[in-house]
Write a new protein. Structure first.
Length: 264
């Protein structure tokens, strides 16, 4: 796959702002607490080949709205060796600047809902979640099957059972590699080795409190997003041997071969 077929993104939510960002109804930034957060990585595993949809929900913003309180940037890398890195913008969003285009007064206040579309050639890649069956919307407490899946993953971390953890995450690892062919850092083996190393530092989770988790159907029921009520990641396990190392993630499940499997 050519370099221009890889899409990168960054999300920046400044202090005192609060927003959720979705790509194709899948969470890019969906922490349910205000604060500063930014990410920059390739996201081909979330992309459709052709039209894609960006949704931004701005839930809070400072009284004195500085530029770029909430910003989203999709781009391709033209030359990674230049300083600054040479990129080409594919699509972007910035709040409150976007309010200048809102024709009606009711559309110019927070909470603010934005939806826009852009096209992208991802080299013909078709994400596995898009082929999953559309499921009925799950209850926010999850189904017995989903709760059991989360429990199984949690227990593998509590036991420091890297083999079981990697087995449960196999679809996530293989799908990311498939979405980024030729990228050494995206290889499933490379990411397995990194996770095995992390397990050697003994990541420690608190006891599982299922009542603190929130389950939400996304992408017409093809994906279930598991997050933590009140903010924070579902998995947040600092390493006992080096607290600077941490296993941290929300969970995205999709149904494959009749079972809910971790996809993201």
């Amino acid at each position: 796959m050519k370099q221009e077929n890889f899409l990168f993104y960054s999300v920046n939510v400044k202090a005192a702002s609060w927003a959720r960002v979705y790509l194709n109804d899948l969470p890019l930034h969906a922490q349910s607490a205000p604060g500063v957060d930014s990410h920059s990585t390739s996201i081909n595993q979330m992309l459709m080949n052709g039209e894609n949809t960006l949704t931004v929900e701005v839930l809070a913003a400072p009284e004195e709205r500085g530029p770029g309180s909430v910003s989203v940037h999709f781009y391709t890398v033209i030359d990674p060796m230049t300083k600054p890195m040479k990129i080409a913008t594919v699509h972007q969003f910035s709040f409150p600047e976007v309010l200048d285009t809102a024709a009606k007064p009711k559309d110019r206040r927070v909470p603010y809902h934005h939806e826009s579309r852009f096209t992208f050639d991802n080299g013909g890649f078709s994400p596995i979640w898009a082929s999953a069956p559309a499921e009925e919307e799950v209850d926010c407490r999850g189904t017995p099957e989903l709760r059991a899946a989360v429990t199984e993953l949690w227990e593998s971390i509590e036991r420091l059972d890297a083999d079981k953890f990697l087995d449960l995450c196999e679809l996530r690892l293989s799908e990311y590699e498939r979405a980024h062919p030729g990228v050494s850092q995206a290889r499933a083996d490379t990411r397995r080795d990194a996770l095995r190393e992390l397990f050697s530092y003994k990541p420690r989770l608190p006891p599982l409190d299922m009542s603190a988790l929130h389950f939400a159907s996304r992408a017409n029921g093809r994906v279930v997003h598991v997050s933590r009520e009140g903010g924070g990641h579902v998995l947040n396990a600092p390493a006992e041997r080096d607290p600077r190392r941490r296993l941290k993630a929300d969970l995205l499940y999709t149904r494959q071969l009749g079972a809910w499997r971790i996809w993201g």
